[in-house]
Design a protein. Structure first.
Length: 368
């Protein structure tokens, strides 16, 4: 019964989307063209080489080497095998969803247990420096320094999330000692190119899809109505609220919508939150690259976005309750525990939120 109801809901949503495309065909066409342009100019050039490199490193045996060298460190810090260090390295340099792809490869090879892979997914899947410095720093705030600040916060929060999710009580889960057999370069390169092209096409497909969704919602008047209502209810600026609403769906669109905002602590926190959340588009990309494994994602995005927004936070009321409301959780996130412990935030009095300023901000403002 539940399955049929779900099918009916999916069918109704599909028919509604078809009707929206027919009614807003011009907006859909322009949005699709913009999405394809973004893929051609940024997604493919930035992700394809890293996907090829990730596959090559996996097939040539790098995870096995790192596993032998770094296992004591990664077990103590993150509760995962040393092979997970390669996923973290690729995740903080290549961008979404390269870290998830690396974790999925390690799980398929047996280098990580299912429980380890799920926790690794929480901190290995990150945005890359090219996007943060180029699009967010220079493109939005007109300074590479702010991009580097966001990237530093991004990486630091990923490491902290990994440490917070580590099983510090009850011992570490057993590491699967799979034999990761290295192959020759002549064998690895063709397979690396084929898998990288498939992955990049999947990512590009989701980018175009959510670009069209955002464009149709905008043309139909639903997005402006949502932005206006949310801004009025929450007491936020329209520009800020529009960036938030679009960024929840698609990261690139949301960051692009921040054009014109000044680099105040609140706006930097918004950028950090959106980058940590990644957008529904990134979630779909992640689900696509881990398909075929037994990995389940769920708890990672909220905790990452919580931490990243808090790190660049200020005492501006009305900004940070969205961190808590972004995703309903059956259990408290590690960030929520920290905020409660140090009394930095009152989760039930959103109108009186006060956060201590990030110690990096005065330094950043002094440098910039």
């Amino acid at each position: 019964m539940e399955g049929k109801r779900g099918n009916y809901i999916a069918l109704a949503a599909t028919l509604t989307a078809l009707g929206a495309l027919l009614l807003c065909s011009q907006a859909a066409l322009e949005s699709a063209r913009a999405g394809l342009t973004l893929c051609a100019q940024m997604i493919v050039p930035s992700l394809l080489p890293f996907f090829i490199l990730s596959s090559l490193l996996q097939q040539l045996g790098l995870p096995g080497i790192l596993g032998r060298w770094l296992s004591p460190v990664t077990q103590r810090l993150f509760g995962i095998g040393g092979a997970g260090a390669s996923a973290l390295l690729l995740g903080v340099t290549g961008g979404y969803p390269l870290g998830a792809d690396a974790v999925a490869r390690l799980r398929r090879s047996g280098a990580l247990t299912r429980e380890q892979a799920e926790r690794a997914l929480a901190f290995c899947n990150n945005s890359g420096p090219a996007f943060l410095v180029g699009a967010a720093g220079v493109g939005v705030f007109h300074s590479a320094g702010y991009g580097l600040l966001l990237y530093g916060v991004h990486v630091l929060s990923a490491v902290l999330v990994g440490m917070l999710f580590a099983p510090h009580s009850g011992g570490f889960p057993p590491e699967e000692r799979a034999q990761i057999a290295a192959v020759s370069l002549s064998q690895a390169l063709p397979e690396a190119v084929r898998s990288a092209v498939r992955a990049v096409l999947t990512v590009s497909g989701f980018v175009v899809t959510f670009s069209v969704v955002t464009g149709v919602l905008d043309a139909s008047g639903l997005l402006p109505a949502l932005v206006g209502t949310s801004a009025a209810r929450l007491g936020l600026e329209l520009h800020f609220t529009r960036a938030l609403c679009t960024g929840v769906l698609e990261l690139g669109t949301g960051i692009g919508a921040m054009q014109g905002l000044t680099p105040t602590p609140g706006n930097l926190a918004l950028a950090a939150f959106l980058i940590g959340w990644g957008g529904v588009s990134v979630h779909c990309q992640t689900a696509a690259v881990i398909a075929g494994t037994d990995i389940k994602s769920g708890r990672a995005p909220a905790a990452r976005s919580d931490l990243r927004a808090v790190y660049v936070g200020s005492g501006e009321p009305g900004t940070f309750f969205l961190i808590v409301a972004a995703k309903k959780r059956r259990v408290r996130s590690p960030t929520e525990h920290i905020l409660r412990k140090y009394k930095l935030i009152s989760l039930y009095k959103c109108q009186n939120i006060q956060l201590k300023s990030c110690p990096l901000l005065p330094l950043a403002h002094g440098i910039l």
